[in-house]
Design a protein. Structure first.
Lengths: 424, 448
C-alpha cells in the first residue's frame, strides 16, 4: 500500500513537471521592447567589469511605467549572466547602478559601474515611444486622418514655411505654402511633391490663403494676400512626365476671396469677401452684397435653416459669432469656446449639417468639435477631437462632407489632417 | 527630483506651446517694464526686437533660418557658407547684403569668434576656421552675433540702433525706450503698433504697474515665482534656460586645480536653491541640464566639506575676491558662497558688482540651444572656454563635459528658469528658447 502511494506520488509529480514544461513551452515568447537595450547595456557593462560578481541596483528617473522595471531588471540580469557577470548582494566589491533616464529626445539607460574606488559609466539610448491620442465621443464622432506626405519638410528638414491651404484636384493635391504652390502626386507611402511654383510672398505674420478647384477639375485658383494665381493642367509634351503638365500664373489682385462654396463644387463661389492683406482678416465687405453690414471677420460659411433657406455664419474679429438670417445680423450664443476658424460639413447625422470649430482654449494642443446650430445657439454634438498641435487653418473639403485642417506641432512642423464627422 | 523635472516640463510645455486659438488682432501699444537695461547683453529685451541673427532658435531650441535662408558646410565643418534671405532691408531702407553682414559679424567678436575668417562671396557669407565648427548654425543664433548696421551707405556711423528686426527704435525719453512696428519685416509686420519699454524699474514697482494696468509685461525673477503665483499673476515660466555657475580663475593661487576642486566641494548648492532661489529651478553640478542630456544626475551635487578640506590640504591662498553679475538674489547667493568658502578655510571677500578681475565670479550662463552639443559649446563659450565641440553621442558628450568640469574653472550650481507676467489684454505671448518673451508675435485684445 505504501509502495502504491509512493508510485502514485511520483507519477503525479512527473505529470506535474511535464505539465509545467508544456505550459512553459506554450507561453508566448514575444521579444520585449527592452530586450535590445538591455543586451546592449549588459555588453557595455561587461566590457568594463569583465566576468565576476556585482551588486545590481536599478532606479527609474524616466517615464517608463513602474510595472516595467521588474521586466527590465530580469532582462538585464539575464544578459549580465550570459556575459559572466553574476548579480550578488551588497557584500560584493563591485556595484552596478543602473539609472533609467531620459532627455527631451530619447531615453537613456546609464550604468555606473563601480570597481573599488573607480567608477566607469556606460550609456545606451532607447527610443521614446509615441503616445496614442484617444478620441472621445458624444452624439457624433470626429475622426481625423493625416494626409500622408503633406508637410513643410524638405529632405527631412522642417522648413520655415507654413501650409496655408490644400485642395485635391484631378488625382493631385495642390498645396499652398506661404512662398510657393506645390503639386503632389499619390505614391507609395503618401503624397509626393512633383512640381513647385514660387509665388510672390506677401509679408504677413498670420498668413492665410484660399485654394479653389475649378468645376472640371482641370485648374485651380489660389488667392494669396495681394494676388491671385491660376493653375492649370494640360497634357504634357511627348516624352515628358505626366506631372510636368502643370503651370501656374500669378498676378497682383485685390479681388475678393471666396469664403463660401456651395455644396455643389461645380458652381461658382456663392460668396466672396474682400481681404485686408495688412491685417490678415476679411473686411466685412462681401460680393454679392447681402444687404446688411457685416463686421470684419475671420471665417464665414452658409448653414441650412430648419425653416428652409440658409443663413450666413460669420466669425468676427471681435470674437462674436453672428448669424445673418433674413436680412438681420443676430449674435449666436454658445460660442464662447470657439476659435477663429470653422468649417461647415454635411455629415448627414442629426440636423444634417454641422459646424466643425477650432477651440479657443489655452491648452497645449488645439481641438476640434462639431456643433449643431438649430436656432440662435450653438450646441456641441461631438466630443473635442484632440489635434497634434495648433490648428492654423480649417476649411470645408470639396465634397462638403469633411474638412481639412492644417496643424502646426511644437516642432513647427505643419501637417494636413482630413477631419470627418461620423454618426454615433 | 523626477517630480521637479515633471513640473518644470509642464511649465515649459505651457510656456512654449500655449497660445490662443482665436486669430490675433493688430494694433495697440504694448508696455513692458524691466529692471535692467534694454540693450545689455546677452539678453537685453530690445536686442532681439531690433536685431536679428543669421539663424534663430525656435521655442524648442532647434536652429531655424532667419537672415540666412540656407547654409551648408564642407571640409569637415571647417568651412560654412550661408545664403542670405533676399529682399531684407534695414530699418533705414538699405538692403541687407553679405558685405553688411560680414561687417557686423567682424564687429561682434575679436579673439573669441568661432571662425577664423568671414568674408562675402557674392550673395554668400563664408566662414572658415582651423577647427571644425560643427555647431556654427546654432552659435550664429546667439545674441552676440545679431546683425546690425555698422556703417551707413556713405561710410558714416549710423545714429542709433539699426537692424532688420520686427521693431525699429523711435526714441528714448524719461526712461522709456519707444519702438515702432517694422512694416516691412520679412516675418510680417508685428501685431502691435508699438512697444514702450520702461527700463530700470524695480520689480515690485513693475508688479504694481501691472496690477493697475500701467504695464502689460513685467519680469518675475526666479526667486519671486512663488509670490507671483500667490498674487495670481499670469506668469509664463520657461524651462531652466540659464546656468548659475561660479567661474574660478586658474591664475595665481588658484592655478592649483586641487584648490579649485576644494572650492567646488565647499559650495552648498542646496542652501542657495532652498533659501535664496526659493526652490525654483534645479540643483545641478553639470553644465547641461537633465532635460538635454538625461545624465546630469551622474554629477554629484552634495556639499562635501571634508573633501574640500582634504583637497585644500592646508594650503592657503591669501584673500580671494568674489563678484557677481547681478543684484538681488545673485548678491545673496554670492554672500552665501563666501560663507561656504570660509567654512572650508578660504578667505574670500565680496568684490563690487560686475568686477571682471575677481578670482571668483558668480554668473548666469545662457542655455538656449536644444541640441546638447550646441548647448555645451554655447555655455562653454559664455564661460570663456573656446573649445569647439564635436561630440555627438551621449557618452562622448559626457566625457567632454567631464573634461571641462574636471578643470574646476566652472562650477555649475543651479539651472534657473526665466519668467514674465502679463496683463489680461496681452494675447499669444510666448517665451523664446532663451526664456525671453517673443513680443513680436504677441498681440493685444481688440478694443483695449
Amino acid at each position: 500500500m505504501r509502495a502504491m502511494r509512493l508510485i502514485w506520488a511520483v507519477t503525479l509529480g512527473v505529470l506535474g513537471l511535464v505539465r509545467v514544461a508544456v505550459l512553459g513551452a506554450q507561453a508566448p515568447q514575444t521579444p520585449s521592447r527592452w530586450a535590445q537595450p538591455a543586451a546592449e547595456l549588459a555588453g557595455q557593462i561587461t566590457d568594463i567589469l569583465g566576468p565576476g560578481q556585482a551588486q545590481v541596483t536599478i532606479r527609474n528617473l524616466s517615464t517608463i511605467e513602474t510595472s516595467e522595471i521588474p521586466i527590465i531588471r530580469r532582462l538585464l540580469e539575464q544578459d549580465l549572466k550570459a556575459h559572466g557577470v553574476l548579480p550578488s548582494g551588497a557584500e560584493s566589491a563591485n556595484a552596478i547602478r543602473v539609472t533609467l533616464s531620459e532627455n527631451t529626445h530619447e531615453r537613456l539607460w546609464v550604468a555606473e559601474v563601480a570597481e573599488g574606488n573607480a567608477t566607469h559609466v556606460a550609456i545606451v539610448h532607447v527610443d521614446l515611444s509615441v503616445k496614442q491620442v484617444a478620441v472621445t465621443d458624444a452624439r457624433m464622432v470626429l475622426r481625423r486622418e493625416k494626409v500622408p506626405g503633406l508637410f513643410n519638410r524638405i529632405g527631412g528638414v522642417v522648413q520655415d514655411n507654413p501650409i496655408l491651404a490644400a485642395v485635391e484636384i484631378n488625382g493631385h493635391f495642390v498645396v499652398m505654402y506661404a512662398d510657393r504652390i506645390s503639386i503632389f502626386s499619390s505614391g507609395t507611402g503618401g503624397w509626393t511633391e512633383v512640381n513647385t511654383f514660387l509665388i510672390d510672398k506677401r509679408l504677413a505674420r498670420d498668413p492665410r490663403g484660399v485654394l479653389l478647384a475649378s468645376a472640371d477639375g482641370g485648374s485651380f485658383t489660389a488667392y494669396i494676400p495681394g494676388g491671385e494665381c491660376i493653375g492649370s493642367y494640360s497634357l504634357p509634351l511627348a516624352g515628358a512626365t505626366a506631372d510636368s503638365g502643370w503651370s501656374v500664373r500669378c498676378q497682383t489682385s485685390d479681388d475678393p476671396w471666396p469664403v463660401y462654396q456651395s455644396g455643389d463644387a461645380s458652381s461658382a463661389p456663392a460668396l466672396k469677401a474682400f481681404y485686408n492683406p495688412a491685417r490678415d482678416y476679411f473686411t466685412g465687405v462681401v460680393a454679392p452684397s447681402i444687404g446688411v453690414d457685416l463686421p470684419a471677420f475671420y471665417a464665414a460659411g452658409m448653414i441650412p435653416r430648419a425653416a428652409g433657406g440658409a443663413a450666413l455664419l460669420v466669425n468676427g474679429i471681435d470674437g462674436k459669432v453672428s448669424l445673418v438670417d433674413n436680412g438681420a445680423v443676430k449674435t449666436l450664443a454658445g460660442t464662447r469656446d470657439w476659435g477663429s476658424d470653422f468649417a461647415v460639413v454635411r455629415s448627414g447625422c442629426g440636423m444634417g449639417t454641422q459646424v466643425i470649430v477650432s477651440s479657443s482654449g489655452e491648452a497645449a494642443n488645439d481641438s476640434l468639435r462639431a456643433f449643431d446650430i438649430p436656432a440662435l445657439e450653438a450646441t456641441p454634438v461631438s466630443g473635442p477631437l484632440a489635434m497634434d498641435g495648433t490648428v492654423t487653418a480649417l476649411w470645408t473639403a470639396q465634397d462638403g462632407k469633411s474638412a481639412f485642417a492644417v496643424v502646426r506641432n511644437a516642432s513647427n512642423q505643419y501637417e494636413v489632417d482630413r477631419v470627418t464627422a461620423l454618426c454615433n | 527630483m523626477l517630480r521637479r523635472f515633471a513640473i518644470s516640463f509642464v511649465f515649459a510645455a505651457i510656456s512654449l506651446t500655449a497660445m490662443a486659438r482665436t486669430r490675433p488682432h493688430y494694433g495697440g501699444t504694448l508696455r513692458v517694464e524691466i529692471a535692467g537695461d534694454a540693450w545689455e547683453r546677452p539678453d537685453g529685451i530690445a536686442r532681439r526686437l531690433v536685431y536679428e541673427g543669421l539663424t534663430q532658435l525656435d521655442a524648442s531650441g532647434t536652429v531655424r533660418p532667419a537672415l540666412a535662408l540656407t547654409w551648408d558646410s564642407d571640409n569637415n565643418s571647417h568651412r560654412w557658407q550661408l545664403r542670405l534671405r533676399p529682399g531684407v532691408h534695414f530699418h533705414d531702407g538699405s538692403l541687407l547684403t553679405s558685405a553688411t553682414v560680414v561687417a557686423s559679424l567682424m564687429a561682434s567678436c575679436n579673439a573669441d569668434c568661432p571662425w577664423t575668417t568671414v568674408k562675402a562671396v557674392g550673395p554668400l557669407v563664408v566662414l572658415t576656421s582651423d577647427s571644425p565648427m560643427e555647431n556654427l548654425p546654432a552659435l550664429l543664433a546667439d545674441d552676440q552675433f545679431l546683425i546690425g548696421m555698422t556703417a551707413t551707405a556713405d561710410g558714416k556711423t549710423p545714429v542709433g540702433a539699426i537692424g532688420t528686426g520686427p521693431f525699429q527704435v523711435t526714441g528714448f525719453n524719461n526712461g522709456v525706450l519707444s519702438l515702432a512696428a517694422n512694416e516691412s519685416s520679412w516675418q510680417g509686420r508685428p501685431f502691435v503698433d508699438a512697444i514702450e519699454i520702461r527700463v530700470h524699474r524695480p520689480v515690485h514697482e513693475q508688479w504694481l504697474d501691472l496690477s493697475v494696468g500701467r504695464a502689460d509685461v513685467v519680469e518675475v525673477p526666479a526667486e519671486q515665482l512663488r509670490p507671483a503665483q500667490q498674487q495670481r499673476l499670469t506668469v509664463l515660466v520657461s524651462s531652466p534656460v540659464t546656468l548659475l555657475a561660479l567661474q574660478v580663475t586658474d591664475a595665481g593661487a588658484l592655478a592649483n586645480v586641487k584648490l579649485r576642486g576644494a572650492i567646488a566641494a565647499a559650495v552648498d548648492r542646496s542652501a542657495i536653491y532652498n533659501v535664496i532661489f526659493q526652490k525654483q529651478g534645479e540643483v545641478t553640478a553639470s553644465l547641461l541640464p537633465q532635460r538635454l542630456t538625461g545624465y546630469s544626475f551622474l554629477f554629484p551635487t552634495d556639499r562635501d566639506l571634508n573633501r574640500a578640506h582634504e583637497l585644500r590640504g592646508g594650503l592657503t591662498t591669501g584673500p580671494l575676491t568674489l563678484a557677481t553679475e547681478g543684484d538681488g538674489a545673485m548678491q545673496l547667493a554670492a554672500q552665501r558662497i563666501v560663507l561656504n568658502l570660509h567654512e572650508a578655510g578660504f578667505n574670500v571677500q565680496m568684490a563690487s558688482t560686475g568686477a571682471q578681475q575677481a578670482d571668483l565670479i558668480l554668473r548666469e550662463l545662457p542655455l538656449a540651444a536644444g541640441e546638447p552639443a550646441a548647448a555645451l559649446e554655447q555655455v562653454m563659450r559664455s564661460a570663456g572656454i573656446m573649445t569647439p565641440m564635436t561630440a555627438k553621442a551621449p557618452a562622448e558628450l559626457l566625457r567632454a563635459e567631464q573634461n571641462v568640469l574636471d578643470e574646476k574653472k566652472v562650477i555649475p550650481l543651479l539651472n534657473l528658469p526665466r519668467a514674465y507676467a502679463n496683463g489680461m489684454r496681452v494675447r499669444d505671448l510666448r517665451l523664446r528658447a532663451d526664456g525671453t518673451p517673443d513680443l513680436a508675435d504677441a498681440s493685444l485684445e481688440a478694443g483695449q
